[in-house]
Every structure is written in structure tokens, then in C-alpha cells.
Design a protein around this ligand. Structure first.
Ligand code: NAP
Length: 640
């Protein structure tokens, strides 16, 4: 193993180190220790106490004597005057370590993922790779959108020597995290994983930081890499037209002042995000409402909710964060639920990272990388069994696999305990479809369920008929008078290209090829007929089994850069996938999708298009998708 940031040893702040070792995550410390010592017997002595997520056997606490011994050994190792010499780890030993750390077998395919995505391998900037041909000066890339994807794309393109421009509709970078400012906004993937692998941040204040902290992180990374000077702010891309003779895209722009323009570039990356185009509910009379109405993504922080009667429409992840954040401020809060969402407890949601743990993340070599792996596993691929149907699973009506059933039991226990005094609320919220059939709501102390039981909060499950001047009117005629309507109604996710008019080879149009909501692609990154046009989070590439959007984004950007490099190497000007590769990928996706929870007859979600096909989710593990996008497959591409 190549060391990541080689942190200075010995650690001189011995009291700080002692305190850090006392509070740091023990399995992660074991990984650090084993990285240095490669002592398999010692590693294995911990195995009986470390168990996987939803393991049949409950984990046992590591005996205090063993835990203390590990901390003492690490203390000695990290403070000895002559720092330990690191030697490369055998991939098989590394795989074994990973398995002991997370309490279950992991396959060898995860080893390269660990090197790359957990930040162990500090990548050499592509332009410094020996023997690589640099892109020609006139080869430039236009990136649509300056959110998490666009920023990463800019950095990676620049490291590879490509000129790029990011076109961003807002006045600032950050995308989702710039736009979403509703009270309570935050992330429910721990940011020790939900962040760039090339910019690990040991300083997160919380495992699940709030929106502004993530936004600051993104801006910090962007500024460190000089991204801002390549951004055309307050400008929208309205479409792009391919000029086959010139092998260029003419990208049509609409500037903030209403003027239009055009930019001619060699390649385009569509990185406008999936949570970008707000979904405004089609409720009759919404426009007639005379009070304040705001979509969660278009929140106006200057609206004072104190003492107001507020309606929140929707019960997804945004509502579940907004409602607890405003309930104590408003006089009456009515939450309108159209369909049920599973609620799963995550006790870490509001937990701060204490100073001692931050010391460990900052100063103990490999700790932040191994901790990232742990978070990746327990919030990402380790949960894949939740969404993959077991063919002979008996209880198909309520669950799809042993792991899924265990998650269901865990969720039910939580809901039943939290709402023990409110059986009617249990009835209202517990879904009949298997858990993870649509995106879950993560909850913690003082969160969603604790708020729903507050005296000034009502969960309304009767259907909305219409909205009038000052009320939400239900099907049975009940009028719920309100001053403010918060629309937590989500995004137009299935319209992957939004309203962009993308005209490819021979006049083909993405809007026509994909229709309203029927997109297909090759690997989620390109489509035949649209040379040099790349997607981030294109069709069927979102990791909906759990966390990991950060990993997919990086994998796709890497794939694009390597594909551009392939063009440069071959002196080509155009690249697109072959029809055969495109068909093969879509067949593979369809075959796997039929075994996934989203194909369950009771699972209805925004992942499905109007014909019931899941067009959003990647039905494969993150590690597999990462492997398939690691390098372009030459035979799958047509270069000219
Ligand atoms: P969402 O999950 O799509 O939820 C929208 C809610 O609005 C649903 O309850 C939906 O009901 C309801 N709704 C939509 N149209 C309606 C209508 N016409 N009448 C009544 N109800 C209506 O949207 P979201 O909560 O904004 O979340 C979107 C995605 O953003 C999430 O899935 C997640 O990926 C991300 N997100 C993440 C976090 C986080 O990390 N903590 C926070 C917020 C958002 P149905 O269920 O019946 O469709």
C-alpha cells in the first residue's frame, strides 16, 4: 500500500493522542494498527467481536482488556522515537483486514476500490503521467452545472490538462448545497464518505453535517483548485447542437441578463444533477393561495414562521428534516402525507464529531482513510443485500431477503417504540411495501417521529382536493387554514436531461430519443448518436441501494477523462459508444433490475418512469460499477 498523506510520526502531543485513542472507533484503530504491523494473529483475535450490519448474531463488545491493549500498542507505535517503517500490504491481507474490520467477508474486488476511493492512493495528476500525450490546446470541455459533480469534473479535467468552462445557472458554486437552504437541511450520508476521495476532510463537525458546512467544504475545494475562474455564473445552458464536420458542440446559453450566447467546444459534460428541477405539485388552486408558498429547494430564509400556521406537503427526506426544525417555532404544523415512507433510525444523525476523534482523523496515519472505508461499507455496499431479492425468500410480500427482513424488523421496533402511545400514527406511517422499496427517511432523537407526536403537529393522510386563498382543502371538504405552504414535493428526477435541447448526429434529439421519461445510456455516461457528450449520474447510475453518489460521480468523471485521453492518444476527434455496447449494457441492467427491490409489485417510487421501469437506480454494487467504469473498454467505443 502506498501511504496516503504521510502524517508526521512520532506524534508528539501524547495526552492528545491518549484521548484520541480512547474515543476513536476501535475497529478503525485495529485497521491502522494492522496496516503498520501486518500481524494477522492479532487482527484475527478481534474477529469474534466484530459483526456486520444486521448480522444474525449481535456484536459483542470487544473486551476492555483487548481494547486497552490495542490502544496501548498503537500509542507505543505512534510515539516511538524511530517511526515504524511501512511496507506494502499484500492485497489478500488487505482484503482480510477489510473483512475483519466490517465483520463479514468482503470480496477481492474491493481492494482496488479501497486504494482509490478511500484516499489511500494519492493519484498522480494525469498530466504528470509519463508517456501520456497531452490534449491539444484547442480541445476544451464545457461542464453543465457547478455542483458537487461539476466541481470535481473541473478539477480532474484540469489535472489532465484539458481546458474547461463550467456553466452554472446560480451566482455561486455548490448546486444542491447552495440552493437548499430550508431549515434543518443536511446530509444523511456521513460526510466522512460523502466527500471527495481526493480531498478528505478530517474537520467535519458532525458525522452528518448541515447544508452550510457541506457548501463551505465544496467551495473550499473549488477554491483550492482554482475552479472559480473557469465558471460562467448566472448562465443557463438551454441546448447544444453537434457539428459533425467540425467535431464540435455549439452550446446555447442564456445569461442572467436575458441575453443569449453560444460557446463552441470539443466535448460537453452534463452535470446538472438529479435533484435540480423542482417538482411543483399539480394541486388545483395552488396558484390562488394568498399566503407564502415555497419549495424546499427555493426556501426564503427571510420568511418569519414564528406563530404561523404552516402546511408541509410531502413526507420525504426534505420534509423529515424541515418539520423538526420548524415545529417549535410555528403555531400549527400540518404535514400532508400522500404515501408512506419507511423510517429507519440512525442515532448518529445529530452526533457531533468530538475533538478527540477529530485529533485521530487529523493525526493518526490512515485513520481517516480506514474510517471512510467503514462508512462506505456500512452506508453503501454493505447494504446491497437490502435491495437484492433472494430467489427463494419465502416472505416476499413484506420483505425480499434476510438482510431486508432484518432491516424491516429494526425499523418496526424503532417506530413502535417511538410511537408506542400513538397507535393511530403507527397505522398512518408504516408502509406495506418492503423497506428500501423507495427512499427511506432516516431519523434520530428529536427528529421526525418525535416531532410528529408534538401537540401542535398533525400528520394528515386524507387526500388534498384543492387549495384556495387561505386553506388546503381535503377530499371530504375539511379546510385546513394556513399562512404558509412549504412544498417538500421533491424533484423531476425522471426527466434526466431536463428541458435541454440536445441535438446529436444527423439531427437526433435526446428529448425525442428519451421522450418524457424513458432514457437509456451506455454505462450511465454516454449515448450513441451524441459524440463527445458525457453524463454524470445518467440513466441507471444512481446508487439507490444506499449512500455513494460521491463515488459514482468520481468514477464517471474518471471514465470521461480516460475516454478523452483515448481520443487524444489515437488522434481522434469524436467518440461515442457502439450500439452493441449500449444494448449489452441495457440488457445487463434490465436483467439485474428484475431481481431488485424496485421491481417488487408494491414498490412505487420516483425511481420509476410512467411505464414502471426504473430509470434512475444502478442495480449493481458501487464496487462493481466502479470497476466497470475504471477504464474505458476500447471495443465498446467508436473513435473517429
Ligand atoms: P421526495 O423524496 O421526492 O419526496 C416528495 C414528497 O412529496 C413525497 O412524500 C411525495 O409523495 C410528496 N408529493 C409529491 N407530489 C405531491 C403532490 N402532488 N401531492 C402530495 N404530495 C406530493 O423529495 P425530497 O424529500 O425533496 O427528497 C428528494 C431527494 O433528495 C431524496 O430522495 C434524497 O435523495 C435527497 N435528499 C436527501 C436528504 C438527506 O441526505 N438528508 C435530504 C433531503 C433530500 P409520494 O411519496 O406519494 O410521491
Amino acid at each position: 500500500m502506498k501511504t496516503s498523506d504521510t502524517l508526521p510520526l512520532p506524534i508528539r502531543d501524547q495526552p492528545g493522542l491518549r484521548a484520541a485513542l480512547a474515543d476513536a472507533n476501535l475497529p478503525t484503530l485495529l485497521m491502522v494498527y494492522s496496516t503498520f504491523t501486518r500481524d494477522r494473529a492479532y487482527l484475527d483475535s478481534f474477529a469474534p467481536f466484530l459483526k456486520g450490519a444486521y448480522a444474525a448474531e449481535a456484536p459483542m463488545a470487544v473486551p476492555a482488556t483487548m481494547a486497552d491493549d490495542l490502544r496501548n500498542r498503537l500509542f507505543a507505535l505512534l510515539t516511538q522515537p524511530e517511526p515504524p517503517v511501512e511496507k506494502p500490504l499484500e492485497p489478500e491481507f488487505l482484503r482480510h483486514m477489510m473483512g475483519v474490520g466490517v465483520g463479514e467477508e468482503v470480496d477481492p474486488g474491493l481492494v482496488p476500490v479501497l486504494y482509490d476511493q478511500m484516499g489511500f492512493d494519492k493519484p498522480v495528476p494525469r498530466k504528470d503521467l509519463p508517456g501520456r500525450r497531452m490534449p491539444p490546446q484547442d480541445f476544451d470541455v464545457l461542464v453543465i452545472g457547478g455542483g458537487m459533480s461539476g466541481i470535481a469534473a473541473g478539477i480532474k479535467l484540469s489535472e489532465a490538462g484539458y481546458f474547461y468552462t463550467i456553466v452554472e445557472k446560480n451566482a455561486e458554486l455548490g448546486g444542491t448545497w447552495w440552493e437548499n437552504r430550508y431549515p434543518g437541511v443536511g446530509v444523511d450520508t456521513p460526510s466522512h464518505f460523502y466527500s471527495y476521495s481526493f480531498e478528505l476532510n478530517p474537520e467535519w463537525s458532525h458525522y452528518h453535517p448541515k447544508g452550510p458546512e457541506i457548501q463551505n467544504y465544496l467551495l473550499g475545494v473549488a477554491d483550492k483548485h482554482g475552479v472559480r475562474s473557469n465558471v460562467l455564473f448566472e448562465t443557463r445552458v438551454t441546448g447544444a447542437t453537434w457539428d459533425d464536420a467540425a467535431a464540435k458542440w455549439h452550446v446555447h446559453l442564456l445569461h442572467g441578463d436575458g441575453t443569449t450566447g453560444e460557446k463552441t467546444v470539443s466535448a460537453v459534460l452534463l452535470a446538472h444533477g438529479v435533484l435540480n428541477r423542482w417538482s411543483m405539485p399539480n394541486i388545483p388552486g395552488l396558484d390562488a393561495f394568498e399566503g407564502t408558498k415555497m419549495h424546499t429547494a427555493g426556501w426564503n430564509p427571510s420568511v418569519d414562521l414564528t406563530g404561523k400556521r404552516v402546511a408541509v406537503i410531502g413526507t420525504g427526506a426534505s420534509a423529515a428534516q424541515l418539520v423538526p426544525a420548524i415545529a417549535d417555532q410555528v403555531s400549527q404544523l400540518t404535514v400532508f402525507q400522500r404515501s408512506k415512507h419507511w423510517v429507519l433510525s440512525n442515532p448518529d444523525i445529530n452526533v457531533g464529531v468530538n475533538d478527540n476523534v477529530r485529533f485521530a482523523l487529523r493525526n493518526i496515519p490512515h485513520y481517516k482513510e480506514w474510517f471512510r472505508f467503514r462508512v462506505y461499507w456500512f452506508t453503501g455496499d454493505g447494504l446491497y443485500g437490502n435491495v437484492k431479492m433472494e430467489a427463494d425468500w419465502p416472505n416476499k410480500d413484506v420483505s425480499i431477503s434476510a438482510q431486508n427482513d432484518a432491516a424491516r424488523t429494526y425499523a418496526l421496533q424503532y417506530i413502535n417504540t417511538k410511537l408506542a402511545d400513538r397507535p393511530e400514527l403507527i397505522e398512518k406511517i408504516v408502509p406495506d411495501y418492503p423497506i428500501f422499496g423507495k427512499r427511506i427517511v432516516l431519523d434520530a432523537e428529536g427528529g421526525w417521529l418525535d416531532t410528529l407526536v408534538k401537540p401542535n403537529v398533525t400528520l394528515e393522510t386524507r387526500a388534498i382536493d384543492h387549495i384556495d386563498r387561505n386553506a388546503v382543502v381535503l377530499n371530504d371538504g375539511t379546510r385546513v387554514e394556513v399562512d404558509v405552504i412549504a412544498l417538500a414535493t421533491g424533484f423531476e428526477i425522471t426527466k434526466v436531461a431536463g428541458n435541454l435541447d440536445i441535438v446529436g448526429k444527423g439531427g437526433c434529439r435526446i428529448q425525442e430519443d428519451w421522450g418524457e421519461d424513458n432514457p437509456y445510456s451506455y454505462l450511465g455516461v454516454m449515448a450513441p448518436g451524441y459524440p463527445n457528450f458525457f453524463f454524470v449520474l445518467g440513466p441507471n447510475s444512481a446508487p439507490n441501494h444506499a449512500a455513494g453518489v460521491n463515488m459514482v460521480i468520481e468514477a464517471q468523471i474518471n471514465w470521461m477523462v480516460e475516454t478523452l485521453d483515448q481520443m487524444v492518444a489515437e488522434n481522434a476527434h469524436k467518440v461515442e459508444p457502439t450500439m452493441a455496447a449500449y444494448d449489452a449494457w441495457n440488457e445487463k441492467v434490465a436483467a439485474q433490475m428484475s431481481q431488485m427491490i424496485w421491481a417488487h409489485p408494491k414498490a412505487k417510487s420516483y425511481y420509476l418512469n410512467s411505464a414502471g421501469r426504473n430509470i434512475i437506480s444502478c442495480p449493481f454494487r458501487l464496487a462493481d460499477y466502479w470497476k466497470w467504469t475504471r477504464h474505458p473498454v476500447r471495443e465498446d467505443l467508436v473513435l473517429a
